[in-house]
Design a protein around this ligand. Structure first.
Ligand code: AMP
Ligand code: TRP
Length: 320
């Protein structure tokens, strides 16, 4: 199992419900989780902010329940094979394939003079995944296309250079795989695009969480029904509720007749569920040397797996 998260902005409810919660539930000695700081460079992030946020993410993932005694948690740039493998795979993927990626088109359309890394981003992600002979990639729905790209590159490589890579599949959670922006419920909750009111961060104060849920955009007909087409805002709230309570969104909907009641209960549920994570975060964050040691140990474990796979791929391509 392999997955990754970019250390940009604060970790939000979409990250937690779409990805992290699954990581914690399914962690094992065969699971590798990476903080994708190389990917975050595509956001043109300030160096000091990147450094700070990388530590923040190591801490948040531990606080959310990843246990470095069970799984491997590491920072991408501390394992040099990711960038090396990415070059090999850039010589396998095509420009056409990369320029058709939805995320690329969306982000490129917002930036003048966007950098090449924004285009090649999915190749680096494929490298992350393929270096660990990964079978399963737990991610949110927004990464589906990048996963398809990874499979395509792996298959093409295997056909051209002989069996080298395991071809992985994406694993998406039953609820919460796509958490939408609370203010614009037709768009995903996003670190780079959501406004403060549109996204709930896992370290938000209870009062902020309550305010954001109360102000979440719904519709005006006041009928509680799970229906993404007609009621995206309300359905998003039902889905968030369901993924915390372990129910189906329909079941949650059947208990409520008023939006206000649903919002009140949802606020309590989210606050209660996130409180232990925030408490543990504060405790861990006060001990930077332990965090550094955990990252270093994770990078060593990851390198031991990624190194041989990198060399196999390099040799298959004819590198000396
Ligand atoms: P990112 O923050 O883009 O690095 O994403 C890290 C993980 O969170 C990936 O598995 C994403 O699929 C997942 N994710 C990001 N945004 C959302 C969202 N709004 N809903 C569900 N999952 C998400
Ligand atoms: N691109 C992913 C995202 O933005 C993060 C990521 C980087 C990732 N490398 C990965 C996810 C490898 C899964 C596997 O969500």
């Amino acid at each position: 199992m392999f997955s990754g998260i970019q250390p940009s902005g604060s970790m939000h409810l979409g990250n937690y419900l779409g990805a992290i919660k699954q990581w914690v539930q399914t962690q094992s000695p065969e699971a590798y989780y990476c903080i994708a700081d190389l990917h975050a460079l595509t956001l043109q992030i300030e160096p000091a902010a990147l450094r700070e946020q990388t530590t923040d993410y190591v801490t948040s993932l531990l606080a959310a329940g990843l246990d470095p005694e069970i799984c491997t948690l590491f920072v991408q740039s501390q394992v040099p094979y990711h960038a090396q493998m990415s070059w090999l795979l850039e010589c396998v993927a095509t420009f056409g394939e990369l320029s058709r990626m939805t995320q690329f088109k969306e982000k490129a359309s917002r930036q003048h003079g966007y950098r090449v890394g924004l285009l090649t981003y999915p190749v680096l992600m494929a490298s992350d995944i393929l270096l660990y002979e990964t079978e399963q990639v737990p991610v949110g729905e927004d990464q589906r296309q990048h996963l398809e790209m990874t499979r395509l590159v792996a298959e093409r490589f295997n056909n051209r250079f002989g069996p080298t890579f395991t071809v992985p599949v994406g694993v998406h959670p039953p609820a919460g795989a796509r958490v939408m922006d609370l203010q614009e419920p037709t768009r995903k909750m996003s670190k780079s695009l959501s406004t403060p009111l549109g996204s709930i961060n896992i370290l938000d104060e209870p009062s902020a969480i309550e305010k954001k849920i109360k102000k979440a955009v719904t519709d005006t007909d006041n009928e509680v029904r799970f229906d993404w087409e007609q009621k995206p805002g309300l359905s998003n709230l039902l889905e968030i509720y369901a993924s915390f309570s372990g129910e189906k969104p329909d079941e949650v909907a059947s208990r409520y007749s008023r939006y206000g009641d649903l919002k009140n209960d949802l606020a309590s549920l989210v606050i209660e569920s996130l409180a232990p994570i925030a408490a543990r975060y504060r405790e861990l964050r006060s001990d930077p040397s332990t965090l550094d040691a955990i990252a270093e140990q994770g990078a060593a474990k990851a390198s031991a797996v990624a190194g041989p796979v990198y060399r196999r791929a390099a040799e298959a391509m004819g590198l000396f």
